[in-house]
Every structure is written in structure tokens, then in C-alpha cells.
Design a binder for this molecule. Structure first.
Ligand SMILES: O=C(O)CCC(=O)C(=O)O
Ligand SMILES: [Fe+2]
Length: 339
């Protein structure tokens, strides 16, 4: 069974019955996969094409130019992430991808920056791309478009959980929200069987909206089938998935699911995830409705900022990650090597 494709059109309309249907579809997808593909979301194909084009333009620059923007030299986690810098499964030299990070573009004298809140600071925009102004305008437009869509999706998620959304304005007040350009070179035909574009992992924040090109390679773990399933690219669709914070809020009712990318296509692959994590000072704790009657909340309350800092420091994820443990044990049963 493929992950579901859901039309968002009724969310912008006035028919309550159609809206309720979408809410049910999204709830079911969150319970079973933590993933769905979203269509009729109102974002234009032209903007998708432009952001992929600008991204490809940057990644085609010489290595020494890209290195000028390396995020390891940046206090605010902005900029270039070199090929194989991240290593989720620790079975090869690292993930076969390079990236570039953007966030809320805040000036150095902004109170959140002065207070050293996680990920709050100015962006770095490369100047060596063909048209730096167009690059910046495209990134900024895409960022604000995704932020606004993420807020709407979040609101619908609150409806699926039948929880009050009074906390939303505080949660969404200058949120940690990260836009990541990704480039996956094709893997070599004789690559190790453990070669990954991005190794299996769960996302850290509240929700992710992913634009992928037509190349394919993204896979999601299906718990029931104990198998990886392809998230087949659909022109114009955005992939939406839940991050770890959503499991903490819902006491594990909703799934922040494992996913990975393996690019065996022989072609360059580009994708653009947008991660909404929330106000760094916001305290995420189990929704009262989700507390288990016998056991109570499974996770201690944590602020968004502390959680995100920990997860970035520990890019591999932690062994406390339920979905990861589940996969590890099922893979061991299937006789797959664990490192
Ligand atoms: O490139 C993709 O399709 C997935 C990227 C991803 O999972 C991530 O950046 O967290
Ligand atoms: Fe991810």
C-alpha cells in the first residue's frame, strides 16, 4: 500500500463535511504512517521549479566556493553542509548528499538572537550563483510560503487530535523553521550495499514539508508490513511527515516515522525539506487527552529549543528513539547486519 495522497482543497473552502473528511484522512495517515502526500495545497509549480533550479545552480559551483559558506563556521547553523558530512547509520563514510541550511532571517540585534536562542540568527546567501538576487528572492519566497502552509497544516493536525489550538500562537511565535536544500549525486554502481543518500532517521521537530524532484529514492518504514515502501514522486505534490515532537505531544499515538533515501537512479536528485519545530521557549508536554490512563505521559516535558539542540548535536538520533528501536529489532530478526 502506498502512503496516501490527500487533497487539501477543502481546507481552503467552506464545506464543513468535506473539511471533516480531510481531517479524518490526515488522522488515519498520522496513525499508520506519519506520512502523506499533499496535493491542492495552493503552492505553484513555477515556485517548485524555480527553487530546484536555484538549488542545482548552487550545488554546481566549485567545491572551494561552496566551502566559503560551510555551516561549521556559522554560529547559527546556516550555510553549506559538505558531501558525506552527516552519517545517520554509521555504516559507510557518510550520507551521499550535500546540503544548504536557511532559517528565520533575523538581524544580530533581534532579542531572540541576543538571547542566543537555538537557530535564531541571520541567513547566509551565496554570492557566486548566476543571479544572487534571484536566488535570495526565491529562497525567501519559498521559506515564507512553506511557513504559512506549515501553520495551516499544523492547525489541521490540532483538529485531528481534537485538541484546543489555544497554544498555537505561542508555539508558532518566531518558530525554529529550517529550509534545507539537498543534492544527492547518483551512487556508484559498485557502491556498498549500505550506501545511503540519507540513512534511516526520524525528523526532530513538529512537521516536515518536503519537495522532491521526479527522480525518486525516498522510502518510509511500514510497521505493519515490516518493509520499506517507496514515496513515489508525484508532480506538484508535497510530502508531509511528522517529527519527534508530535510523538511526545500525542504520547506515541502519532508516528514520527523512519525514512531514508537511496539514489540508485543514476541521476542527480534534488529535494527541499522544510522543518517546522516551533518557538524555542515553548514547552512540549503530552496533551491531557493523550495521556495513557494506566501509564500516564511517556515523555518528560521539554522545550523545543532544548530538544532541537540535543537532536542536532546527536545527528544519529538516540537509542531511545522508539521507531528506530523497532526497526533495529525487526532488522535483526530478518538477519540484517547492525553496526
Ligand atoms: O531528501 C529527501 O527526500 C528526504 C530528506 C530528509 O529526510 C531530511 O532532510 O530529513
Ligand atoms: Fe528526514
Amino acid at each position: 500500500m502506498p502512503i496516501p495522497t490527500i487533497s487539501f482543497a477543502p481546507i481552503f473552502g467552506t464545506d464543513d463535511a468535506s473539511r471533516a473528511k480531510v481531517v479524518t484522512q490526515i488522522r488515519d495517515a498520522c496513525l499508520k504512517y506519519g506520512f502523506f502526500q499533499l496535493v491542492d495545497h495552493g503552492v505553484s509549480q513555477d515556485l517548485f521549479d524555480e527553487v530546484i533550479k536555484q538549488s542545482a545552480g548552487f550545488f554546481s559551483l566549485p567545491e572551494d566556493v561552496k566551502e566559503k559558506y560551510n555551516k561549521d563556521q556559522d554560529k547559527f547553523q546556516r550555510g553549506y553542509e559538505r558531501l558525506r558530512a552527516q552519517n545517520f547509520e554509521k555504516r559507510t563514510a557518510g550520507d551521499l548528499k550535500e546540503g544548504y541550511y536557511f532559517g528565520a532571517d533575523l538581524p544580530l540585534d533581534h532579542p531572540r538572537v541576543v538571547a542566543k536562542k537555538f537557530n535564531m540568527g541571520p541567513n547566509k546567501y551565496p554570492q557566486e550563483v548566476a543571479d544572487p538576487e534571484k536566488f535570495r528572492e526565491t529562497i525567501d519566497t519559498y521559506y515564507s510560503t512553506m511557513l504559512s502552509l506549515a501553520k495551516t497544516i499544523f492547525q489541521v493536525l490540532c483538529e485531528t487530535m481534537e485538541t484546543s489550538n489555544e497554544f498555537m500562537s505561542e508555539f508558532l511565535d518566531i518558530p525554529i523553521a529550517i529550509l534545507r536544500l539537498l543534492h544527492y549525486p547518483p551512487q556508484a554502481p559498485d557502491a556498498s550495499e549500505f550506501e545511503r543518500g540519507i540513512g534511516q532517521h526520524t525528523d526532530f521537530g513538529a512537521l516536515t514539508i518536503l519537495l522532491q524532484d521526479e527522480v525518486g529514492g525516498l522510502q518510509v518504514w511500514d510497521r505493519e508490513a515490516s518493509a520499506w515502501i517507496d514515496v513515489t514522486p508525484q508532480r506538484g505534490a508535497l510530502v508531509v511527515n511528522l517529527g519527534n515532537l508530535m510523538m511526545r505531544w500525542t504520547n506515541d499515538r502519532y508516528l514520527s516515522n523512519l525514512h531514508r533515501v537511496i539514489n540508485k537512479s543514476g541521476r542527480e536528485r534534488y529535494s527541499v525539506p522544510f522543518f517546522l519545530s516551533g518557538n524555542p521557549d515553548f514547552l512540549v508536554e503530552c496533551f491531557p487527552k493523550c495521556a495513557d490512563e494506566t501509564q500516564g505521559p511517556k515523555y518528560d516535558p521539554v522545550t523545543v529549543g532544548r530538544w532541537m539542540e540535543g537532536r542536532y548535536a546527536d545527528t544519529y538520533g538516540t537509542s531511545k528513539d522508539k521507531a528506530f528501536e523497532e526497526l533495529s529489532s525487526s532488522e535483526s530478526k530478518a538477519g540484517m547486519a547492525q553496526v
